[in-house]
Design a protein around this ligand. Structure first.
Ligand code: GLA
Length: 410
């Protein structure tokens, strides 16, 4: 098992930022204007509720994307020596799928249309696209070097972390004065309109608004948020992430199909969104499958509210049964789990976890387990053994702690 990184803003992030700035100078030939970071997230509870105007309770991770950025100066020649180079965006990344080398992309702000950029470059490009849209601002050319410690494809929002790091950097450098909810909405549009994944607003919000030691209780309709203290260490607990290493993608059909089912359900029940379905509504008029999808969303919203109540009352251990109920609902009613996630959850609980559930969109990715700190190592080993016995690929397991939201490091 690998341990979570030290908390953001700590010496570790400062050293990482200085190293990224040095690497930037090596790649682009001059120093960056600054370095910004944005964390990935895990969702404690409140799954597939965000795009139904519901409630979520994620926390920002102590693992993050970092970008070193420098705006092109108007007097500088373009990268090809011509004066017309001022809207050229030069992207470089140490964050490549195989974790080696440096990947590069070059594009012009004026040419950014959905589909124009593939791979990791679509995340920063998508942000430029939404910022410089019809009612937007003029984004000049810039150079950007990215690195990330958020595992890719693990359902921990590695892509949103890149988008959020890019928007906080550009907001700062261009003095846009965007507040955090506005940045969340813009990065959601980057993901929906440019990257092509029809995701909700939870991940960006956690990355932008999280705080060390707390979970973010977010109303996804109003974007009103409350930081709910999560004093895990005081209760002898920690959060173990089990990355099943089953790749998932929200640009694939399953996620969109669940969204569509919710919209269908809301329309059939005569409401604009499932948030507005009264508690005692009879779902019998819906077809069986749609009824189960809707029931998941309604019960999950209730579980988030109950989790927040228990945390406010200092009952951290008491949230375990709600995590378990959330997983069962995602597995049986919403059908977004998979055998590896179920095995991770069941094995962790059997080995002494206080609670466990899949986290994020599902169809692969990660599970989280709330575990006694002194049993974490043993529980991770037990899950790994169960995976080996079942013939699954070895999972990756590590501890995480709630970290601070995005900001400038250097
Ligand atoms: C993904 C999406 C989020 C949310 C979750 C499910 O992580 O990016 O917006 O819908 O799935 O809760």
């Amino acid at each position: 098992m690998t341990r979570g990184r030290t908390a953001p803003g700590s010496g570790h992030d400062d050293a990482r930022a200085r190293q990224l700035a040095r690497r930037f100078a090596g790649v682009f030939g001059h120093a960056p204007d600054g370095v910004w970071r944005a964390p990935g997230r895990v969702n404690l509870i409140g799954e597939h509720t965000d795009y139904n105007d519901g409630f979520v309770l994620p926390f920002a991770l102590d693992r993050s994307a970092m970008v070193a950025v420098r705006l092109r100066r108007p007097e500088e020649p373009g990268p090809d020596g011509g004066a017309a180079g001022h809207d050229v965006v030069d992207l470089a990344s140490t964050w490549t799928p195989d974790g080696t080398g440096l990947s590069r992309a070059r594009l012009r702000v004026a040419d950014l249309v959905p589909g124009a950029v593939a791979g990791w470059g679509a995340y920063p490009a998508g942000v430029v696209h939404v910022l410089s849209g019809p009612d937007g601002v003029r984004v000049p050319g810039f150079e950007l070097l990215l690195d990330s410690t958020v595992p890719v494809g693990a359902g921990l929002s590695s892509s949103h972390a890149v988008e959020v790091a890019t928007i906080v950097a550009l907001d700062d450098l261009l003095a846009l004065g965007l507040d955090r909810p506005a940045m969340a909405r813009l990065t959601q549009r980057a993901e929906n309109e440019f990257v092509g994944a029809p995701t909700g607003i939870m991940d960006q919000s956690a990355s932008l608004r999280g705080r060390a030691g707390a979970a973010l209780f977010l109303d996804c309709r109003s974007l009103e948020a409350e930081l709910v203290p999560l004093p895990l260490a005081e209760h002898g607990l920690t959060v173990l992430v089990v990355d099943t290493r089953v790749a998932h993608s929200h640009a694939d059909g399953g996620y969109a199909a669940r969204r569509a089912a919710c919209e269908r359900g809301a329309a059939a029940l005569g409401v604009g969104s499932l948030r507005d379905v009264p508690r005692d509504t009879d779902l019998g008029a819906l077809d069986e499958e749609t009824a189960r999808r809707v029931r998941h969303v309604l019960t999950e919203n209730d579980r988030v509210l109950e989790t927040v109540e228990r945390l406010r009352a200092g009952d951290v251990t008491g949230i375990g049964e709600l995590l378990a109920a959330s997983h069962a609902s995602l597995r049986d009613d919403y059908e977004v789990s998979c055998p590896e996630l179920d095995l991770a959850v069941d094995t962790a609980r059997g080995a002494g976890a206080v609670g466990a559930r899949m986290t994020g969109g599902g169809f692969g990715g990660s599970a989280i387990a709330l575990v006694p700190a002194d049993a974490a190592e043993r529980i991770a080993a037990t899950v790994a053994e169960a995976f080996a016995r079942a013939g699954h690929r070895a999972p990756d397991a590590f501890l995480v702690a709630p970290g601070d939201g995005a900001g400038r490091v250097l």
